[in-house]
Design a protein around this ligand. Sequence first.
Ligand SMILES: Nc1ncnc2c1ncn2[C@@H]1O[C@H](COP(=O)(O)OP(=O)(O)OP(=O)(O)O)[C@@H](O)[C@H]1O
Length: 269
Amino acid sequence: MTLLDVQDLQVELMTEAGVVRAVDGISFTVDRSETVTLIGESGSGKSTTAMAVQALLPERLAVVSGRCVVDGVDVVARPREAGKLRGRTIAMIPQDPMTALSPVATVGRQLGEVLARSEPGLSRSARRERATDLLDSVRITDPRRQLDAYPHQLSGGMLQRVLIAIALAIDPHLLVADEPTSALDVTVQAGILDLLLDLQDRTSAGILMITHDIGVARLVSDRVHVMRDGRFVESGEVEAVVGAPQQDYTRRLLDAVPRLGAWTDGGVA
Ligand SMILES: Nc1ncnc2c1ncn2[C@@H]1O[C@H](COP(=O)(O)OP(=O)(O)OP(=O)(O)O)[C@@H](O)[C@H]1O
């Protein structure tokens, strides 16, 4: 069975300026062990899609139609059941690790709270062991000591590793990663992406990756969908799309990859 099956998804957002059709009839799938990337400029509808897949759009402000089936459950038709999938089947890796954790609780406590929900039978000491193993699995050195650290004591890259450990604590089938490296220093970005791929190998999770960065897409994706104004303008295997883009928009997106040298402020028209 396909892990995530999205068919003709449409999302209209009620904004102060009126109704915006943020997602306009897109269809795609993600299987276990597969990474599918939505790539596009800011405002193209990527994050709205990621939120719709998790039934996280505010009901009063968003009209969602189409099908969005996660592990056999259509989260558009049955948003209440989607709540049960979150934190069990679906986990999210957020964009900004600096603000995603509570500043007043230690890493160990925040990881422990997730474990207490996902594995209620664990004793306190077993939870601590499991939390240590999880930090170890995201390559945090001296994990036992880091359990007692507060978020402000860790770097952005370390915090993103902690958030990945928290996501993994529930053994998710589907990971939704919305720009997981864009808030991080370039020197640690590749390490985080490499870690995600390594964990995917071990867990067979499917990944829905959201990025505006063609370098990220190229590194992690099996397939990509290029998004513009709520629609897919081009889809395919990553090497085909990046190597021989068929659409002008994709070509301009590729050309917009920052290079050393002249700075142009053109964006992608
Ligand atoms: N809270 C909001 N209020 C008003 N408009 C919104 C809101 N959220 C999204 N939109 C609009 O919906 C459309 C899709 O936005 P979305 O955030 O999904 O795009 P995106 O590709 O993820 O961009 P970004 O990378 O900047 O997050 C845009 O036209 C955007 O202006």
